[in-house]
Ligand binder design. Structure first.
Ligand SMILES: Cc1ncc(COP(=O)(O)O)c(C=O)c1O
Length: 368
């Protein structure tokens, strides 16, 4: 990387970090990791964090050191980055479809315990043929549609039938089920979120009961996002939580609750002050996602991020913020962390406002 030689050294102040740059307050992120783990420990529910948020084996290892049983990876490419970084227990709570990806999963199975989700008998047949062809065994869980209406079998006979097919497939180990209540995790109203999530989990648990009634043991019942950790995580049959965003929290999740604290910002530089009420930043949509809205300007009263183009962010400034001048740094909280992180190659990890470490985002862009 050409710009590595210009990276600041540990101990540098935030102002010495060139921009746009993702800043992570490591103390806050570690406290978030501990908080979810403590919740899981207190409620007898395992934590299997979703690495689609941080995309970095460094943070995955912190989660595992804190007590997580493994991690989730959305894509085979992300799983490869995690295994290369020393993570040994991976659930892909997603369909792995096509020869190329199935071969890569089998290669990973030599180095790590791999479990994948499935909702289709033809896909299960291909996974089984590939696993037995190379003499490997992988775990498979059935993804159940719990109301999000994305992937997943319906909770009744369809789910039990697929569990039976997996159980009878050479090279595959039927481990259980998953159901992601993604349609409920960001519902702002707490009681509405609770009712929706409990309804969704009732679907998942009825699927578990049907499978067990048909004589197959269900060891894994995996579910939850950050917004439902304390609802789903208290339900009896749920074995593990797949929360991802809790580690950093983004602007969108901070509107849901403040159980976890915001740890991530994008550092930006004022590159132009064309008028007294306008300041232009070097941070546009190539370094900041806006799929959930424009970023929030942190600790800068009077400054509002108003408009974005590829490499520019236009702020309106009033009051104190009018003192901002060219070269000043501003921190922005993205509304959606995961998609913003995917645009960057490194985290700049700070403690007490000083650079602690630079962490590669090894899984960014690994969407294949
Ligand atoms: C399958 C699955 N599990 C869990 C999550 C939880 O994510 P979060 O904690 O960010 O809501 C997601 C989010 O996209 C997901 O797709």
């Amino acid at each position: 990387m050409v710009d590595l030689q210009y990276f600041p050294l540990p101990g540098a102040s935030i102002d010495e970090i060139d921009t746009p740059a993702i800043i992570v307050d490591l103390d806050v992120a570690e406290a978030n990791i501990k908080r979810l783990q403590d919740f899981g420990d207190a409620n007898g529910t395992a934590i299997r964090p979703h690495s689609k948020t941080h995309k970095s084996p460094v943070f995955a290892r912190k989660q595992i050191e804190a007590g997580a049983i493994g991690i989730c990876c959305a894509k085979v490419g992300e799983a490869e980055a995690m295994v290369a970084g020393g993570v040994k227990n991976i659930l892909i709570p997603n369909q792995v479809v096509g020869d190329s990806k199935i071969k890569r999963v089998m290669a990973l199975a030599s180095e790590a315990n791999i479990v994948v989700a499935a909702d289709d008998a033809g896909n299960v047949e291909q996974l089984s043929a590939a696993a037995s062809g190379v003499g490997k065994e992988i775990g498979v869980i059935v993804e159940v549609n719990v109301g999000m209406n994305r992937c997943g079998t319906e909770p009744g006979e369809d789910t039990t039938a697929l569990a039976r097919i997996i159980t009878n497939s050479p090279g595959l180990r039927f481990d259980g089920v998953m159901g992601y209540e993604g349609h409920t995790v960001a519902v702002r109203d707490e009681s509405e979120r609770r009712a929706n999530a409990e309804g969704a989990m009732a679907n998942l648990i009825s699927a578990v009961e049907n499978i067990e009634a048909a004589g197959m043991p269900v060891n894994v019942v995996s579910a939850a996002g950050t917004g439902t950790y304390n609802i789903t995580g208290k339900m009896d049959r749920i074995t593990d939580l797949q929360c991802g965003s809790y580690i950093f929290m983004d602007g969108d999740y901070m509107e849901v609750f403040e159980d976890f604290k915001p740890a991530l910002t994008v550092l930006a530089t004022v590159i132009s002050r064309p008028t007294s009420d306008r300041a232009v930043l070097d941070t546009g949509m190539k370094s900041m996602s806006i799929d959930r809205g424009l970023p929030i300007v942190v600790d800068q009263p009077g400054a509002t991020y108003e408009k974005i183009s590829e490499e520019h962010g236009i702020m309106s400034v009033e009051g104190d913020a009018q003192r901002l001048k060219v070269g000043d740094k501003v921190q922005l909280r993205p509304m959606h962390g995961d998609t913003t992180i995917n645009l960057h190659s490194h985290y700049f990890g700070i403690r007490k406002n000083k650079l602690d470490s630079i962490i590669e985002i090894a899984g960014r862009g690994r969407f294949r």
